[in-house]
Design a protein around this ligand. Structure first.
Ligand code: ADP
Ligand code: ASP
Ligand code: MG
Length: 451
C-alpha cells in the first residue's frame, strides 16, 4: 500500500479535487490511504478568525466563518450536484460550521484564546475537507471511506505542536485502516490534526499534513509516501524566491530533512524521520502535472557537494558570554537545560571558549529563557535575523565549496556560521531582510554560473 497526501492547493477548489480524484484513481492498484489538507487558505482564515473572536470582534469573526461556509458549500455543489449524497455532505458541513460559530462566540465572550481552543478551531479545516473529498471520490467510483484522523493520530497535549505517539498510532491504524484496505477501500483522512488519548483535538503544527502522511506510512509500513503539491518537486531553492530553481530528481533523506528545517516549506521538517525509520521512499509530485518526474527521496542518491539552497527569516540569535566558561565543565549543559525545560529546540549552535551562540525559531517563552540564562553570563539577543544554508551530503570538508559560498555572499554581513561534523550543510546567520538576496547569490554561484 501507499500513502498519498494532497496539500491545500491540490484540494483548493472543485477543479483541484477533480484532478486529485484522477490521480487517486490511477493508483488504486497500489491500495492508497489518502491524506488531505484543508482547502487552500482555510487554516490561515481559521486562525485569523480565532484571534478576531478573542479580541471581541465577534461580527468580523462570524463574517469570516460565513465566507468559509459559502466556499465549502459551493465546492460541494460544484462537485456533488444536488443528489442525496450531496445533501448529506452539505448538511454535515453546515453542522460543523454551526459548531465553529458557537466556538467563535465562546472565544469572544472569554476574550481569550488558549492554545487548546486555537487547535480546536484550526482543526476544522481538515475536519471539513476530508469528508468532502471522500464524497467526491465515492461519487466518481472510488470506494472511499472517510475516517476521522483524530481516531488514529494520537498525540500528547502540547497544543499547537503536539507530539505524535507512534505506538498508539500504529495500533489505531492497524485497527481502523488496515481492515478497510483489506476490503479494497480507500481511507480518506485529514492531515495536520490529531487528538490526545482523552479525545481532545490537537494539531501537529503548521504544514503538518506531510507529517501525518509520513506517520501513517510508517504505521502501516507503506511502500511509498507521496506528497502531492503545487510545484514539480523539491527544487534547488524556493521557486517563489528564485523562479529559475531547478528540479531535484533524486535526493537523500538527510539532505531533504536539512532543507525542510532550513525553510524548504514543500516538506514539513518532521516528515523525514518516520520514513527513515521504516526506509520508506518519499516522493514529491505536482498535482497539476501528475506525469512529471517529481522528486524521489531515499538513502542512496549520489553525494553532491551542494544539492540546494534554503533560507528563512524570523530567527532569534541568543549569545551567552562568560569567562567562567573557560575550563569549567557543565556550563554548556546548564545553558542547554534551560532550552530543554522550555521545550525549545535550538537550530544552529556555535561555541567558543567563552561563549555559546544559538538560534531559535521564534520568541516563544523568550523572556523567561533569557532570565534563566543570565545565571550563566552576559546574555545578548538579536531579533530579526535569518538563516541561509547550502545543503549537500558531499559538502564535508570541501573547502573550495565553503570558500565559494562565503565569497558569493559578498558584502552581506554574516553573524554566525556553523558547519556540523557530519557536514551536510553550511549554515550562515545573516540579517533577516537579506535572506532572499543571500539565497539568490548562493543559487547563482552554485547553480547558474558555469563551474
Ligand atoms: P502544500 O499546501 O501542498 O503542502 P506548501 O505551500 O506547504 O504546499 O509547499 C509548497 C511550496 O513550498 C511551494 O509552492 C514553494 O513555494 C515552497 N518551497 C520552498 N522551498 C522549496 C523547494 N526547495 N522546493 C520546492 N518548493 C519549495
Ligand atoms: N492545513 C494545515 C496548514 O495550513 C496543514 C497543512 O496544510 O499541511 O498548516
Ligand atoms: Mg505544506
Amino acid at each position: 500500500m501507499i500513502v498519498a497526501k494532497f496539500g491545500g492547493t491540490s484540494v483548493g477548489d472543485s477543479a483541484a479535487i477533480e484532478r486529485t480524484t484522477a490521480i487517486v484513481r490511477g493508483r488504486l492498484a497500489q491500495r492508497p490511504v489518502v491524506v488531505v489538507s484543508a482547502l487552500a487558505g482555510t487554516t490561515n482564515a481559521l486562525l485569523d478568525l480565532a484571534a478576531q473572536a478573542a479580541k471581541g470582534q465577534f461580527i468580523v469573526a462570524i463574517r469570516g466563518i460565513e465566507a468559509l461556509r459559502d466556499r465549502h458549500l459551493a465546492v460541494i455543489d460544484e462537485l456533488l450536484g444536488s443528489g442525496p449524497d450531496a445533501i448529506e455532505v452539505a448538511a454535515d458541513t453546515s453542522v460543523l460550521f454551526d459548531e465553529l460559530a458557537h466556538l467563535g462566540e465562546a472565544l469572544s465572550v472569554l476574550g481569550d484564546v488558549s492554545p487548546r481552543s486555537l487547535d480546536a478551531v484550526a482543526a476544522y479545516g481538515e475536519r471539513l475537507s476530508a469528508p468532502i473529498v471522500a464524497a467526491a471520490f465515492l461519487q466518481r467510483g472510488i470506494p472511499a471511506t472517510f475516517v476521522d484522523a483524530r481516531r488514529v493520530m494520537i498525540t500528547d497535549d502540547a497544543f499547537g505542536r503536539a507530539l505524535p505517539q507512534g505506538e498508539a498510532i500504529a495500533e489505531a491504524a492497524r485497527e481502523l485502516l488496515a481492515p478497510l484496505l483489506r476490503e479494497g477501500r480507500v481511507p480518506v483522512l485529514g492531515g495536520y490534526i490529531g487528538a490526545t488519548i482523552a479525545g481532545i483535538t490537537t494539531t501537529l503544527g503548521r504544514g503538518g499534513s506531510d507529517y501525518s502522511a509520513a506517520l501513517l506510512g510508517a504505521a502501516l509500513d507503506s511502500e511509498a509516501i507521496e506528497i502531492w503539491t503545487d510545484v514539480d518537486g523539491m527544487l534547488t531553492a524556493d521557486p517563489r524566491v528564485i523562479p529559475g530553481a531547478k528540479l531535484i530528481e533524486h535526493i537523500r533523506f538527510d539532505e531533504a530533512a536539512e532543507l525542510a528545517s532550513f525553510g524548504a516549506k514543500v516538506l514539513h521538517p518532521s516528515t523525514i524521520a518516520p520514513a527513515v525509520k521504516r526506509s520508506i521512499p518519499v516522493f514529491i509530485y505536482n498535482s497539476h502535472r501528475p506525469h512529471a518526474a517529481g522528486t524521489r527521496i531515499t538513502f542512496d542518491a549520489p553525494k553532491l557537494s551542494v544539492r540546494a539552497v534554503a533560507g528563512r527569516a524570523n530567527v532569534v540569535l541568543v549569545n551567552v558570554k562568560s569567562s567562567a566558561m573557560l575550563g569549567t565543565p557543565g556550563i554548556v549543559r546548564g545553558i542547554f537545560s534551560v532550552f530543554e525545560r522550555f521545550k525549545l529546540s535550538v537550530d544552529v549552535i556555535a561555541t567558543s571558549e567563552v561563549s555559546v551562540s544559538v538560534t531559535l525559531n521564534d520568541e516563544l517563552h523568550l523572556d523567561a529563557v533569557l532570565t534563566e540564562l543570565r545565571a550563566f553570563g552576559d546574555v545578548t539577543v538579536s531579533r530579526g535575523r535569518g538563516i541561509v544554508a547550502i545543503v549537500g551530503a558531499g559538502l564535508g570538508g570541501h573547502t573550495p565549496t565553503m570558500a565559494r559560498a562565503l565569497a558569493a555572499l559578498g558584502d552581506l554581513r554574516v553573524h554566525m556560521c556553523s558547519l556540523s561534523a557530519s557536514a551536510i550543510n553550511l549554515t550562515l546567520i545573516i540579517d533577516g531582510d537579506q535572506v532572499h538576496e543571500a539565497m539568490r547569490r548562493l543559487h547563482r554561484a552554485f547553480f547558474e554560473e558555469a563551474t
